[in-house]
Design a protein around this ligand. Structure first.
Ligand code: BDR
Ligand code: CA
Length: 313
């Protein structure tokens, strides 16, 4: 059965690969909208990148919205040092012809959830959780209507990538993450613990380039750019690949292993703000709110990406 999804994102090379994979899987995923959020780079640049990606996929029928330009309470932190000045450095994609929808992304989330049957829309979040939290605050009735939130964010065994304690998406807007994790919506979390297993080794990247289409070449160029920072940082053969884990989980959950646990967000400590405090070993009686993905099959994951990207122009 086809699952209706809305992708909330800050593209981002790895976001782009996730979006392309989703758009290449129409029999399983009906992408009803894409909402940009401030994160990797500014909101305006992320929104522009989202337009470029739908054009690359030949899917200009998918509406793109711009959401919040800063976190709920904190000052925006961006990551040009990883993703480049455009957030999508690597390929030379043409300026988008398609334009953004006029509606604010938060209002779109609310309208989409209120106008579809309850329990039919899955939110896929690939960036900070600002838009989703703001929508929950503005219209709490959406909370009971969301089928599931599948998010890239957090870390426990791998701990932090932006501070020693925190993963980027959660760190940028910990208050938003706190609202979402306390909402009671069923949440699947793809943290660094699993995304760091999905290493973009030279062999895997070459396979994507060998697809020979525009999308495969662009993905190769994007990931070759964004992996430079992580290769130096971690000294591994390939860089982690984060956001596509969300889409791969929806397409092939059997590629992943996880546990249903309690995860809470540190919002106040200067030292550990944005930490996802995961009760992986069940040492408290806190309510289980997250299906936490701990590991995954990297070869199966890259095979899936290659198979799907090959369907695109
Ligand atoms: C997350 O941060 C961003 O830089 C990536 O796009 C991903 O969503 C990884 O921590
Ligand atoms: Ca992202």
């Amino acid at each position: 059965m086809t699952r209706k999804i809305i992708i909330d994102t800050d593209p981002g090379q790895d976001d782009a690969v996730a979006i392309l994979t989703a758009l290449a899987s129409p029999e399983a995923l009906d992408v009803i909208g894409i909402v940009a959020v401030a994160g990797n780079v500014s909101l305006a640049q992320n929104a522009r990148n989202a337009l470029k990606i739908v054009e690359l996929a030949g899917r200009t029928d998918v509406p793109v919205y711009a959401g919040c330009e800063r976190p709920m309470r904190r000052t925006l932190i961006t990551a040009e040092y990883v993703h480049g000045d455009t957030g999508l450095d690597g390929p030379d994609l043409p300026p988008p012809v398609k334009t953004l929808e006029a509606q604010h992304g938060v209002d779109y989330l609310i309208e989409a959830l209120m106008s579809h049957e309850p329990g039919t829309i899955t939110l896929c979040t690939l960036g900070p959780l600002t838009n989703v939290a703001m929508a929950m605050v503005k219209e709490p009735r959406i909370i009971g209507r969301i089928k599931e939130i599948v998010m890239m964010g957090g870390a426990y065994f791998e701990v932090g990538n932006v501070t020693p304690a925190a993963e980027f998406n959660i760190y940028v807007d910990p208050d938003a993450a706190d609202v979402v994790l306390r909402s009671g919506v069923h949440i699947v979390m793809a943290p660094l613990d699993v995304t760091h297993m999905m290493q973009s080794t030279p062999k895997r990247l070459k396979k994507l380039l060998e697809i020979g289409n525009k999308a495969g070449t662009a993905v190769y160029q994007m990931l070759s750019f964004s992996e430079r920072f992580d290769l130096i940082k971690y000294g591994t053969e390939g860089a982690p690949l984060h956001d596509p884990c969300v889409i791969a989980y929806l397409l092939k959950p059997e590629l992943f292993e996880g546990r249903h646990i309690n995860v809470e967000i540190e919002t106040t400590s200067e030292l550990t703000v944005g930490m996802t405090v995961a009760d992986y070993w069940g040492v408290t009686d806190r309510k289980r709110n997250v299906h936490y993905l701990r590991s995954g099959d990297a070869d199966g994951f890259y095979d899936l990406l290659a198979e799907r990207l090959a369907r695109l122009p």
